[in-house]
Design a protein around this ligand. Structure first.
Ligand code: NAD
Length: 290
């Protein structure tokens, strides 16, 4: 298949390389000067998209996605498919889907879970929104870049699933970290705390698979001085998207709102930028109730 790939950063670079390795003809474009194994580089997004059966985007945010869509949709051949794998706001995904439909193009919003390791290893999970026809075109490519793809519904449903999942993740990480900090102050051994909670009703992915306490549970960024992993500022981005969506859908999400405020404080005022999102634990450790 002829694929145009726009946005070859930490995630997009290895995803494009995996598609090329699987035998697809991949032409890439990035604002930055990058070279990706097996990928021919174009001079612009429009050039990468010209003649492609599928154009994939992996970009920082919705504003940039809309700008790139304005460049590539006019040059895409009728019947071609745009697959956006970035994490963006639901409204941008729906707006680009509408623009694509006007030009008789297919569109899938397909944000991912699995991080940089999943992108490199081809083990991402894709959450997809769009028509059944559009999903059918993209699904074999999801198979190359990932291990699971869920067709969540119409355009925007992939982004909706992603931000709901990450709102749970952010809230749960905060709860896990504050519980560890409380346990410390109560004189409870961290390993005992893990042994109990990981096999009791407080268990969660953040406790069992990504424990924020160093030396406890499976290997996690806590064991590597809280180097990401999943950076706190990316969690803040996703929590902001969840609250933007909650605002527009008039949904009451007090825990998501509080998690957003805590991550904003941590990233913007407390040195959390560049640290893993589980570094909320040392943040809570240093604090008292007042
Ligand atoms: P990144 O900053 O490493 O990559 C983004 C790339 O887009 C950069 O190389 C940048 O130069 C390029 N770019 C920006 N504007 C462009 C334009 N107009 N035209 C062409 N290229 C342009 O970010 P990333 O970590 O690869 O993340 C990409 C997306 O994936 C984001 O939406 C992020 O939220 C999401 N995501 C990231 C992770 C992660 O762990 N990094 C996990 C899941 C989802």
């Amino acid at each position: 298949m002829k694929i145009g790939f726009i946005g070859l950063g930490n995630m997009g670079g290895p995803m494009a390389a995996n598609l090329a390795r699987a035998g697809h003809e991949v032409t890439g474009f990035d604002m930055a000067d990058v070279a990706i194994d097996g990928v021919a580089m174009a001079a612009s997004g429009a050039e990468a998209a010209t003649g492609a059966d599928v154009v994939i985007t992996m970009l920082p945010n919705g504003q940039i996605l809309r700008a790139v869509a304005d460049q590539v949709l006019p040059v895409m051949a009728a019947g071609a498919t745009l697959v956006d794998c970035s994490t963006v706001d639901v409204e941008s995904a729906r707006a680009v889907a509408g623009q694509a439909a006007e030009k008789a193009l297919l569109f899938v919003d397909a944000p991912v879970s699995g991080g940089i390791g999943g992108a490199a290893g081809g083990t991402l999970t894709f959450m997809a929104g769009g028509s059944a026809d559009a999903f059918a075109v993209a699904d074999p490519l999801f198979d190359v870049m990932g291990q699971k793809a869920v067709h969540c519904g119409a355009a925007g449903a992939g982004q909706s699933a992603k931000i709901c999942n990450n709102m749970i993740l952010g809230v749960t990480m905060v709860a896990t970290c504050e519980a560890f900090a409380l346990a410390d102050k109560l004189g409870l051994d961290r390993q005992k705390m893990f042994d109990v909670v990981s096999t009791s009703s407080g268990y969660s992915w953040t406790m069992n698979a990504y424990c924020p306490a160093p030396g406890v549970g499976p290997q996690s960024p806590a064991d590597n001085d809280y180097q990401p992993g999943f950076a706190a500022e990316l969690m803040l981005k996703d929590l902001r998207l969840s609250q933007q969506a909650a605002e527009s859908a008039d949904a009451d999400t007090p825990m998501g709102q509080l998690a957003q405020a805590l991550y904003a404080q941590f990233v913007e005022n407390e040195g959390g930028q560049g640290m893993d999102f589980s570094a909320m634990l040392p943040r809570f450790e240093k604090r008292s109730r007042s």
